[in-house]
Design a protein around this ligand. Structure first.
Ligand code: C2G
Length: 719
């Protein structure tokens, strides 16, 4: 047996699936896989692991008395029968040729230790290899000659034995093993030992190891993130173990230590209050700092130098004072250079001292971009029925926007915005509030959300292509502040429960206020007036084309590109006599669509505030994967899906809650020909989808009846 691949496994079935698949697809076959289960609690684990017995030369062991990655790896070493050992973490995966490349290089040059390139990603294999554009956070960590190995594995947590093909004889001769006392950074001392003692170390540029970041710090924290507060203490423990071994390596590790202390440690010292922290966390770092050579500290920035000196020389109290001073200076500088930060600070130190106003209600729709959606309908209902009892504030970026009732208008992130969100008792929104917003206990946040989800959200997404890797942590802390969440149907309730990890008891399952207008007694009149206002010929039928955004096509955060796949010119030629198109891009889209020369046929309604009103004037709704069809279905009018990039959108970018191929109430159209054909034969399609439409209506439109707003206001505002 050439290679023993040792995989410690604690949790994360979706992670280990990718890991084992990547092993089973290796071009090099002469290896065994040893999985060491470290108290795995997931129920399906055994079944899943056993299913790989056909594809891999696999042995599975359990850690009984012991636990932790060191013990798991040690058991693996003990059981290994290969000539080489190779450590692979269960949440990472390999390229197809990784083992082959490593073994080739090692055999050719008789290396004792051969290592390759570590690449980092947030994505599973299918996305990592399937997407053209990788998240910019992806990066290559290592690709340097061996002497720089330690220095170039940028993050200290990557000073690891993963992705190293090591001769087993080296371990056996010296009875080497991982230090089981070190729960974190356990491989640093062993690695240090190898780098010092091993004579021939080879680097193989073609061998890739894909290290996968954990974007779900709530349910699947990675080992290095699990107890971040503990980090300095554990680091210094591991560092000490190295220090005893080799002074040269200690120098390199000291550099890492200094960088770490100069950055993250400050905040931790400042925030800490408990004296226990002082003993267990400050003192070991202080002690270790004293062993760091001054030359290492000299190349730091001024403030960091001060902190490190203080860490070396001062008492805990003096060090804390110095740190507070530095941080206060930084804060003042930030306030003077960043307006939003200044307002936040004013809000924290001044507005929060003012009393809360129980009659103030703040409304917001789509980040202040629109006067629309459920907040609009809740507002109008309150205004009409209880207008004399409340003061209303709208977060609206365009202050010229006409809003009935003359509410106070504040642009998002203006000083007024901070003032009102701090003092008002109620905040009614349809999107997530900023991460830094901390609700007062007596405040009430009514989250109406903005659609029945087709696309997976939050914790239900294995990865998020476009959002920050901390998205799940953010969404978790934000949703803790929602006093209640509106759901349009039982399906949404289930989805919200799992995607936000949100208690079902706090979900109001009552239909969407934004859909009340679709049941309004005067909806025909509203539609006729709107058609007139927009200049749409009364004799033409209308197709609303309302696609969503693409996670991988963007300029900046919240500013997305849009490539129009619909051939409007052809459409005009083929169906222009009978129809006009209402073109409506998603509110994230920054691209303006040019419809010059087609003004009689294409009506650009991207800027029209409320899409619900547009539904009323639409004979057909065509979307791709936007949630608009769930709402439009209330009208029981035909729905078409122009899903030209279905596979990529579903399998790589997002993932869906329902099977779009069988459960939606209209056909999936892949080409412009199919679109034109469907429109020309719309009566036939209606007939064909009648049954499916009825089922869909019963499932998703079951609570919408024109009175959702009233029910919500009664519940939330105790009316
Ligand atoms: N919307 C719109 N015009 C579009 C697309 C969407 O006005 N062309 C509005 C609709 O009210 C829609 C909402 O924005 O219901 C959400 O849009 P989606 O396309 O579904 O996408 P997203 O904003 O990612 O929300 O639970 C819903 C999900 O969160 C999806």
């Amino acid at each position: 047996m050439k290679v023993s691949v040792i995989v410690p496994f604690h949790r994360g079935l979706h992670f280990i699936t990718d890991c084992l698949d990547s092993l089973s697809e290796q071009t090099w076959k002469d290896f065994e896989t040893l999985i060491i289960k470290d108290h795995v609690e997931e129920k399906e684990a055994d079944k899943l692991l056993s299913s790989y017995k056909d594809k891999l030369n696999l042995r599975i062991y359990d850690l009984h008395e012991k636990n932790g990655v060191s013990a798991a790896r040690n058991l693996g070493i003990q059981k290994a029968q290969g000539e080489y050992l190779y450590f692979l973490d269960s949440d990472d995966y390999l390229a197809e040729t990784t083992l082959e490349e490593l073994v080739d290089a090692a055999d050719k040059e008789n290396y004792d230790l051969t290592y390759g390139v570590i690449k980092q990603t947030w994505f599973r294999r299918m996305v990592y290899y399937g997407a053209e554009q990788h998240n910019e956070e992806d990066q290559e960590f290592c690709g340097q000659p061996w002497k720089d190995l330690v220095e170039n594995r940028i993050d200290v947590s990557l000073l690891s034995c993963i992705h190293m093909l090591i001769k087993k004889s080296g371990f056996d001769e010296e009875c080497l093993c991982f230090d089981e006392d070190l729960e974190y950074y356990c491989d640093i001392p062993l690695l240090a030992y190898f780098l010092e003692k091993t004579k021939s170390i080879g680097f193989c540029k073609k061998a890739d190891y894909i290290k996968r970041g954990h974007n779900d710090e709530i349910q699947y924290p990675s080992l290095s993130k699990a107890d971040i507060e503990d980090r300095p203490q554990r680091l210094s423990k591991a560092y000490k173990a190295i220090g005893k071994i080799t002074p040269e390596l200690k120098g390199i590790i000291d550099q890492k230590f200094v960088t770490f202390c100069g950055k993250g440690f400050l905040q931790k010292v400042r925030r800490d209050k408990a004296s226990e922290w002082k003993n267990s966390r400050f003192l070991p770092v202080h002690e270790y700092a004293q062993t760091v050579d001054n030359s290492r500290i000299c190349n730091q920035e001024d403030n960091e130098k001060k902190v490190l000196k203080a860490l070396q020389q001062e008492s805990y109290e003096a060090c804390k004072k110095k740190i507070n001073h530095i941080l206060a200076k930084r804060k003042i500088h930030r306030m003077l250079t960043e307006k939003r930060f200044m307002y936040r600070t004013i809000s924290k130190y001044i507005f929060e001292r003012f009393s809360q106003q129980d009659q103030w209600v703040v409304f917001e729709s789509f980040f202040g971009k629109q006067y629309s959606d459920s907040p609009k309908y809740i507002y109008e209902y309150l205004l009409k029925n209880y207008g004399d009892q409340y003061k209303f504030i709208w977060i609206i970026n365009d202050k010229s926007m006409k809003i009935p009732g003359n509410p106070k208008k504040v642009p998002r992130f203006s000083l007024g915005y901070f003032y009102y969100i701090t003092r008002a008792k109620y905040w009614v929104t349809n999107v997530r509030q900023p991460v830094w917003f901390e609700k007062r206990d007596s405040q009430y946040l009514l989250e109406t959300w903005h659609g029945t989800p087709l696309k997976k959200l939050g914790f239900d997404m294995e990865e998020n292509y476009s959002a920050s890797p901390t998205y799940k942590r953010q969404i978790y802390s934000q949703s803790r502040f929602w006093d209640c969440l509106v759901s349009a149907n039982p399906f949404s309730t289930e989805a919200f429960h799992t995607c936000f990890l949100y208690e079902k008891e706090k979900i109001i399952e009552t239909g969407y206020p934004r859909n009340d207008i679709l049941y309004a007694p005067d909806k025909e009149q509203i539609a006729a007036d709107l058609k007139k206002k927009l200049g749409i010929p009364a004799d033409k039928k209308t197709i609303l084309y309302a696609p969503t955004w693409r996670d991988d096509e963007y300029y900046d955060h919240g500013a997305y590109k849009f490539n129009l796949a619909l051939d409007l010119k052809r459409l005009q030629k083929e169906i222009g006599d009978e129809y006009v198109v209402l073109l409506r891009t998603h509110y994230f889209i920054a691209d303006a669509i040019d419809v010059t020369g087609m003004e009689d046929f294409v009506f650009n309604v991207c800027k029209y505030p409320d899409i619900a009103e547009l539904y009323l004037i639409s004979d057909i709704c065509m979307t791709d994967y936007s949630s608009v069809f769930f709402d439009f279905a209330n009208l029981r009018r035909p729905i078409l899906f122009f899903t030209y990039d279905l596979e990529k959108y579903r399998d790589i970018l997002h993932g869906f809650y329902i099977d779009i191929q069988t459960e939606v109430p209209g056909p999936l159209l892949m080409t412009n020909d199919e679109v034109i054909n469907a429109i020309k034969n719309i009566d036939q399609i209606e007939e064909q989808y009648k049954e499916k439409y009825d089922e869909f209506y019963d499932r998703f439109c079951c609570f919408d009846d024109g009175h959702a707003t009233e029910r919500i206001v009664n519940m939330v505002f105790n009316k």
